[in-house]
Ligand binder design. Structure first.
Ligand SMILES: Nc1ncnc2c1ncn2[C@@H]1O[C@H](COP(=O)(O)OP(=O)(O)OP(=O)(O)O)[C@@H](O)[C@H]1O
Ligand SMILES: [Mg+2]
Length: 502
């Protein structure tokens, strides 16, 4: 097939790439980069690009561009049929042009604008199931030589490998999302939610509750509205050795006082006008398991005494009965009120507060753990995509930048609502900033992530994130290091390296 016999170097490279394609699905970007680098080296291209076709607008985007002007090339996109690459994508056929000035398909604009003289181009399609999904092109063969038939055949083989890598990555991503969905469905079946977290602050708290899995001490969860207190309570239960037993939720603010008492402790027939029969309360239902008392700060004073007794002796009576009942229940309470203030104001019993507060856990607001934003946003996107049946894949980098820089006064709940709205209104595959309709605010916006390498964006994010944490902690490095979950010495090194200034 090859006129000049098979080149061993090329064959070895192909085998190497093939092994990677079949073993590593987690880094498709890195793999494509390797494929293009090898292909460029072996076909002696001076520069090269890998373009992907976006089906939603039929445009070709430069995914990777090698060569001295690579970063500039990446700002451009091509319509189907436009330029050599556009022709290749439209016709799904390879093309060798050894003198671009003689070929009117060549688009001189880009080459002129970036100041990169182009003489010859070899461009081949990448195909998945015979459909063109992108183009690989080589620019200028080294030494002024022309690209030949051998070069074309080899590049087609590399393009096949690249397409395979893309196809693998896409099905892998789909499968992973499917797994999350199924997990979600299984846990939701029992009323539990998937708990998403990436930040050191949250992971640290989860580790702590793992260590306390066997204790039955009460837990008081504090945190702003929408920060995830209820989900955290679920995790405490699921990670405890009561996880096979019931998890019973009660919202202390949702019912009037009299009803709340009977809801919590049950009643006997005739205890009050509507009590037609005996009824078990939530504490009895929770026997052996966990009871979650949400908005405990709203518990009326009269019931606080009864609650204190349950905490002290695990006993209580149903309303209208004098027979004490005994239960084995772990209590988790939550509030977004300043409960110490309520104690000081005489609205909450001090002794009950101490009893509940054996193990206080503070769920930090979302703005103090921004690493949780991307996985949470993606999680909600997948959920609402399923509900709306829309084909939304992710967030554009500008939209993600907005999500990361926003201050989230309504915390995770607000993020959830923003993503839901965006999925409903968006008309593109990637959610755009305007779909999110966030109020202006936040502090991470001065510099843009767009057009930066991953490494630069990560450093930029680190810089903003650390600066934000320092700000939140009044520039106390010890406190900031604790929040960030790193050593103080490491923090001060990062401050220097990333040139973070007050
Ligand atoms: N870690 C998380 N992973 C997935 N979803 C989350 C997470 N944290 C919060 N949520 C979602 O955000 C919403 C708010 O969470 P939750 O009800 O637990 O907050 P809360 O602190 O109890 O709020 P409030 O004080 O208003 O009652 C819920 O819909 C929940 O599903
Ligand atoms: Mg709640």
């Amino acid at each position: 097939m090859f006129k000049s016999g098979v080149d061993i170097r090329k064959l070895e490279t192909l085998i190497e790439i093939n092994a990677r394609i079949n073993s590593d699905y987690s880094d498709p970007g890195g793999l494509l980069q390797t494929i293009l680098e090898s292909a460029t080296r072996l076909s002696e291209g001076e520069a090269s690009s890998l373009l992907l076709l976006r089906p939603e607008n039929n445009k070709l985007y430069f995914e990777i561009a090698l060569g001295s002007k690579g970063p500039e090339v990446k700002k451009y996109s091509l319509n189907l049929g436009e330029g050599i690459a556009g022709w290749v994508a439209q016709n799904n056929r390879s093309l060798v042009v050894n003198d671009v000035d003689q070929d009117n398909r060549f688009l001189a604009d880009i080459s002129q604008q970036i100041g990169y003289p182009t003489h010859s181009i070899l461009a081949v399609p990448m195909r998945i199931r015979d459909r063109c999904v992108g183009v690989i092109e080589m620019i200028n063969k080294l030494g002024g030589k022309p690209f030949d038939e051998d070069d074309r055949q080899w590049l087609e083989i590399f393009a096949t490998q690249a397409a395979l890598a893309i196809q693998n990555a896409r099905s892998f991503q789909r499968a992973q999302q499917e797994i999350v969905l199924l997990q979600d469905r299984v846990t939701n079946h029992q009323g539990f939610h998937s708990f998403i977290c990436e930040s050191a602050a949250m992971k640290e708290r989860l580790e702590m509750i793992d260590r306390l899995a066997r204790t039955d001490s009460s837990v008081l969860i504090l945190g702003e509205s929408g920060s995830g207190k209820e989900l955290f309570a679920e995790q405490i239960h699921l990670r405890s050795n009561r996880s096979e037993k019931p998890f019973i939720r009660v919202n202390c603010a949702a019912l009037p006082d009299a009803l709340l008492e009977s809801e919590l402790f049950g009643h006997v027939k005739g205890a009050f006008t509507d009590a037609q029969s005996d009824r078990r309360g939530r504490f009895e239902l929770a026997d052996g398991g966990t009871i979650f008392l949400d908005e405990i700060g709203e518990l009326p004073l009269a019931l606080q005494a009864k609650m204190l007794r349950v905490l002290q002796s695990q006993t209580f009576e149903r309303v209208g009965s004098s027979q004490p009942l005994r239960v084995d229940v772990r209590i988790i309470a939550a509030t977004n009120r300043d409960i110490e203030q309520a104690v000081a104001d005489g609205q909450f019993r001090r002794d009950l507060y101490y009893r509940l507060n054996v193990l206080p856990i503070y769920v930090p607001p979302l703005r103090e753990r921004r690493e949780d934003v991307p996985p949470l946003a993606q999680h909600f996107l997948i959920r609402f995509r399923r509900e709306t049946n829309k084909s939304v894949t992710g967030f554009s980098s500008a939209a993600m930048e907005e999500l990361l820089s926003y201050s989230w006064p309504g915390n995770v709940r607000e993020l959830e609502n923003a993503v839901e709205r965006a999925v409903v209104v968006t008309g593109t595959e990637y959610i755009q900033p305007e779909d999110l309709a966030l109020k202006s605010g936040g502090g991470l916006k001065e510099e843009r992530y767009v057009g930066k390498t991953l490494k630069d964006s990560v450093n930029l994010f680190k810089k903003h994130f650390i600066r934000q944490t320092l700000e939140d902690q009044g520039w106390n490095q010890t406190a900031a290091a604790r929040v960030l979950g790193i050593q103080r010495t490491y923090l001060s090194r990062l401050i220097k390296e990333l040139e973070i200034t007050r």
